[in-house]
Design a protein around this ligand. Structure first.
Ligand code: DC
Length: 229
């Protein structure tokens, strides 16, 4: 990427690898903006439900993705974004397991990915962008100055999600979560369009035995080596 363009750090990896948390902390630490690309796929799935569009109606999904009426509002000091879809707040709605499952179906469709491509690139602005997703380093920002790939065992990721749900007072089954994570991995990694995989020049971190603080420190160190902070 030319030095005139905003610098981008991409963070890719499977569900539950800690990307969301790390990206928020990174964006805060560097004072950069944040692209939560998974939210765009989730929003497309929610918009489809609102408009009664079936998940196999690729043409309508593509049009819907291209014209998503969405705002990401930076509301709180910790960088948590408030998300408004067609005038309605959906910040929590898009995080449900059902929407996640629908998003993974929608995300496997090439025309939908194409419709969301430029919208994702438009997030790049000075002083820089942290891009969180599955294909940030491989497809959306191939010229990014730093590419991170976060991984963790499926068991560890399932246990993180389980603890998250329990701490919110929700009921959950570790076994069901593990099955769901494995099937989502399978769909995200084995689809034909933009499958989840590390970019050839990505820094790969297995976070199975790492704390969030340790991961953040390693990534900030990498950013420092690249002269990004
Ligand atoms: O990161 P997430 O759980 O919010 O992502 C929701 C779904 O969207 C997930 O199944 C993977 C998919 N996704 C994708 O295919 N490409 C991205 N850049 C981000 C998410």
């Amino acid at each position: 990427m030319s030095s005139l363009l905003p610098p981008v750090i991409t963070v890719d990896g499977p569900s539950g690898s800690g990307k969301g948390t790390i990206c928020r902390l990174l964006a805060n630490a560097l004072g950069w903006s944040l692209l939560d690309s998974g939210a765009l796929y989730r929003l497309t799935a929610v918009a489809a439900r609102h408009h009664g569009v079936s998940l196999d109606d690729v043409e309508s999904l593509q049009v819907m993705a291209a014209h998503l009426d969405v705002q990401f509002l930076s509301e709180s000091a910790d960088g948590e974004l408030k998300i408004i879809l067609e005038g309605e707040e959906v910040t929590q709605t898009i995080r449900t397991e059902n929407v996640g499952a629908d998003a993974s179906v929608v995300a496997a469709l090439g025309p939908v990915r194409q419709a969301l491509l430029q919208r994702q690139r438009d997030f790049a602005q000075l002083p820089g962008l942290i891009a969180d997703g599955r294909d940030m380093g491989t497809v959306v920002f191939p010229e990014a100055c730093l590419k991170i790939y976060l991984d963790a065992s499926a068991e560890e990721r399932a246990s993180r999600r389980y603890n998250q749900l329990i701490s919110k007072g929700l009921s959950a089954s570790l076994e069901d979560i593990l099955i769901d994570i494995k099937s989502r991995d399978d769909r995200d990694m084995n689809r034909t369009v933009a499958p989840l995989k590390p970019a050839p020049n990505a820094v790969i971190l297995d976070t199975t035995k790492m704390t969030i603080e340790e991961v953040l420190e390693v990534v900030l160190d990498e950013a420092k080596h690249k002269g990004l902070r």
